[in-house]
Write a protein that binds this ligand. Structure first.
Ligand code: ADP
Ligand code: MG
Length: 384
């Protein structure tokens, strides 16, 4: 990959790239819709992501080129930058703006970006391009930020420069990811534990529904409100500040405090999902993929029935997976309604899985999903 990208770099800039970086995308293995309830998420970095090749220039400009968008842009060095329309280059440009605002001197730089990750499908190509740019600038300018500071810069760029109200999980996962480890993370405290996650003979299948995610934002806000209502009801008797401060047994004893049956379902999902994450960490660390797979199915069923954020496309993927004995488990991942599902599939059976799933899904939904095989890979770094 690096060689062919370097050839590309030479053909665009007439010189060799001097520094090469890679940042992965991520999936959340389990722990869905609980980060805003003080719960634990469990993302991992995947082996797809964003490459960035750079070389300095003496022309007083920043040159951005994306292989994916087949577009180049030249922007003069300025004391500060603002978001410019909806162009893709705003993501790296926002990182430059952040470094400038912090008082760092920027020099002319030629850049080539390439993502082998599906863009706009919920695998966080946005966090990947932000983090790879922040990591590269930190290295090139010897700016001295810690990895956690880079994560916070990348999140701030997405929140304030791009204007997307995301949490910190994505940037955290792509920066701190480790090969064969999942990150059990509390998004409020940023306490985390790298959990051994050897997938053995399994691959991590990532299945893109290829459905546009239209509903996700309004439904997301609705769920946040429902969880707040559940918390307020439980606080009548319980001294808690988040739904995930209690476990399923405690919830069962206090569920009567919530009157709205829908709000009850939302709280039940959140609290049980948080328990599932803890069990998942034990299962993964103990190489018990069968148990981890059962927890994945349990998570999906709960997101479908109690939290109501799945949809016929994501459900079709999980339904098919349940019929295939070479699949240990499967679930929707991310906010839901569209985007991607993941499945743990025996490596030797992956081709059959992919072919049969595409047929099942296409018959049911009317168009094909995209199926990728990944492993749990390392986080952002210098490309050797
Ligand atoms: P997701 O993070 O789910 O992939 P987003 O809509 O949050 O989707 O982010 C996608 C945007 O990130 C793209 O539209 C583009 O602006 C930017 N981006 C990501 N990867 C690349 C890339 N390789 N080249 C250029 N822009 C990219
Ligand atoms: Mg994104």
């Amino acid at each position: 990959m690096k060689d062919s990208l370097n050839q590309n770099f030479i053909s665009i800039y007439n010189k060799e790239a001097q520094n090469n970086y890679f940042s992965p995308g991520r999936v959340n293995l389990i722990g869905e819709h609980i980060d805003y309830n003080g719960g634990l998420v469990m993302p991992c970095a995947i082996t797809f992501g964003t490459y960035l090749l750079t070389a300095p220039n003496n022309d007083g400009v920043l040159r951005f080129r994306s292989v994916n968008f087949e577009e180049s842009l030249e922007i003069p060095l300025q004391p500060s930058y603002q978001k410019d329309g909806e162009g893709w280059y705003n993501y790296p440009l926002g990182v430059f703006e952040h470094f400038l605002k912090d008082g760092h001197q920027i020099q002319g730089l030629d850049m080539l970006f390439y993502g082998d990750i599906p863009i706009g499908s919920g695998l966080s190509s946005s966090a990947s391009i932000e983090v790879v740019t922040a990591f590269a600038l930190n290295d090139l300018l010897k700016a001295g930020y810690s990895k956690l500071e880079l994560v916070k810069i990348a999140k701030a760029v997405e929140n304030h420069f791009i204007g997307v109200n995301c949490g910190i999980m994505d940037q955290f996962a792509v920066a701190f990811g480790e090969k064969d480890k999942a990150l059990m993370l509390n998004c409020d405290t940023l306490d985390y534990q790298a959990v051994d996650s050897n997938l053995g003979t399994h691959l991590l299948a990532i299945i893109n529904t290829n459905k546009p995610r239209k509903l996700a934002e309004s439904k997301y806000n609705e769920r946040v409100e429902e969880c707040a209502a559940a918390l307020a009801a439980l606080q009548q008797k319980l001294d808690i500040s988040n739904l995930c401060d209690i476990d399923a047994a405690t919830y069962a004893g206090h569920e009567y405090l919530i009157t709205d049956p829908i709000v009850k379902n939302r709280a039940k999902h959140v609290i049980e999902e948080n328990d599932r994450v803890k069990l998942a960490a034990i299962a993964l660390a103990g190489n018990d993929l069968a148990e981890f797979g059962r927890l994945m199915y349990g998570s999906h069923d709960s997101l479908r029935d109690l939290y109501e954020v799945s949809g016929k496309e994501l459900d079709a993927i999980v339904e098919y997976s349940k019929t295939n004995t070479n699949v240990a488990g499967a679930r929707m991942t991310g906010a839901g309604f569209g985007g991607c599902a993941i499945a743990l599939v025996e490596e030797t059976a992956f081709e059959d899985f992919s072919r049969e799933l595409i047929k099942y899904y296409t018959d049911k939904i009317g168009y094909a999903p995209s199926v990728y095989s990944s492993l749990i890979g390392p986080g952002v770094g210098i490309l050797s």
